[in-house]
Write a protein that binds this ligand. Structure first.
Ligand code: ACO
Length: 393
């Protein structure tokens, strides 16, 4: 195999056949099971979209009602999981808490029967139901409060905001949050989904699959970017400092968070929808200082970097929506995970249906024929300031 065949980051290398979602990065198109994201954002709700992604078709009224009821019934956490969470340090990142909790579900639901459709169905319901409760519970516990129990009369999105803020959300805020969940539910095989698929291909349990995807989503080049966007807007501070900020980033080759995408070379269609949601929220609940900075940033980045296909991605406007909904900055990525669980589960199911364990190859660039040197015979100089093992102080 020649080094020319190596594609860093596997760019453009097909790694699966999939019928879950479709992206055209040149035209700014995103479809879930063939349905344009704009239509789903306009007409669907998160659980219906999750059903579509996971089971492949839009549900009938009966199927949707029964799916929703099952999920509502499984939203509570076992007290042992809550007790485990109480031992987490409050300074820890909520994504680490979520990853630990997702993995812990595997301890409590230890039966593994990947060839049993009823097992698959229950795992899907459990994960969709419990992940939001975990995120909200960690938020309350780190403030020293008891978690709030889910409310059976509230839908998926409204219930999460209720558990998080301890008050029933305004219907418009809940609907806007629901649309955010739809927009973040799936996006072909990006890093976290690929991570889920690799883990799934070993035939481990679904909780390990979701835990590994959560860990991958946490990084600042992936889901973690939305958190950094808000920090960046705060640091810029005023509209007149935007152009200097962008020029400095370009000069120092630093990334401008919330811009650029491996696939989209135009504005991400989800960013366009999210921008509309920001405007709806601000019209209803009052404006935000950072929206003006964001608009100017988009203008300047498009001007300076548009020729490279650098435009706002999904993370650029989502932070502004979440902030207005009262979601703390370090919960932005866990909220992304709540939605993406739908896509990860869809890919888990698809992977199981035609499984072959992932085992790519590598191009070895190291040495051959080296001799082992005994420890005492090695004379590696120590870095300055580091004492040799056992050396007297
Ligand atoms: N700011 C400034 N320049 C950028 C940015 C950016 N955000 N993104 C890409 N570029 C430039 C690179 O410097 C590079 O320029 P060069 O060709 O002159 O060296 C060129 O665009 C291509 O960049 P790559 O790193 O090759 O693009 P890649 O496809 O590997 O990266 C990524 C995609 C990781 C998303 C990148 O655009 C980035 O780091 N963006 C900022 C982080 C971010 O917003 N992540 C969220 C992505 S969406 C999501 O994961 C949900």
């Amino acid at each position: 195999m020649s080094i020319d065949e190596y594609k860093p980051g596997l760019e453009g290398v097909p790694a699966t056949l999939s019928s879950i979602s479709y992206v055209d990065g040149q035209k700014g198109v995103l479809e879930y099971r063939g349905i344009p994201i704009e239509q789903l954002a306009q007409n669907s709700n998160f659980l219906e979209t999750a059903y579509l992604l996971i089971w492949g078709t839009l549900p009938s009224t009966e199927e949707l009602t029964s799916f929703e009821q099952e999920i509502y019934q499984h939203r509570r956490l076992k007290y042992r999981i809550r007790d485990m969470m109480k031992c987490f340090p409050e300074s820890g990142h909520p994504m680490d808490a979520l990853q630990s909790c997702a993995a812990a579900l595997g301890l409590f639901y230890a039966r593994r029967a990947l060839d049993d459709p009823a097992y698959i169905h229950r795992a899907v319901v459990r994960l969709l139901a419990k992940i939001p409760t975990m995120v909200a519970a960690f938020q309350l516990m780190r403030k020293g409060n008891d978690p709030v129990q889910p409310r059976d009369d509230l839908n998926y999105a409204a219930n999460f905001l209720y558990m998080l803020n301890e008050k029933q959300p305004d219907p418009l805020a809940a609907r806007i949050f629901d649309v955010c969940l739809i927009l973040h539910a799936e996006h072909t095989i990006n890093a976290s989904t690929f991570s889920a698929m690799v883990t799934a291909s070993t035939l481990t349990d679904p909780y390990a699959v979701i835990a590994s995807a959560v860990g991958t989503l946490a990084g600042p080049l992936h889901g973690g970017a939305n958190e950094e966007v808000l920090d960046m807007l705060e640091n810029i501070g005023t509209v007149d400092r935007v152009a200097n900020y962008v020029d400095e980033c370009i000069a120092t080759k630093s990334r401008i968070m919330g811009f650029g995408h491996r696939v989209y070379k135009v504005k991400d269609p989800r960013a366009t929808i999210l921008q509309g949601l920001v405007e709806q929220l601000f019209d209803e609940f009052g404006s935000d200082l950072y929206y003006g900075i964001a608009l100017e940033l988009e203008r300047v980045v498009s001007d300076r970097l548009g020729h490279k296909g650098i435009y706002p991605n999904v993370d650029f406007y989502s932070g502004l929506v979440y902030r207005k909904l009262g979601i703390p900055t370090d919960l932005f990525t866990p909220v992304f995970a709540i939605a993406r669980v739908a896509g990860w589960l869809a890919h888990w199911k698809e992977q199981l249906a035609a499984n072959r364990i992932f085992r790519p190859t590598q191009i070895y660039t190291g040495n051959h024929g080296q001799s082992y040197v005994k420890l005492d015979d090695r004379s590696t100089p120590l870095p300055p300031g580091l004492l040799a093992l056992g050396q007297e102080l």
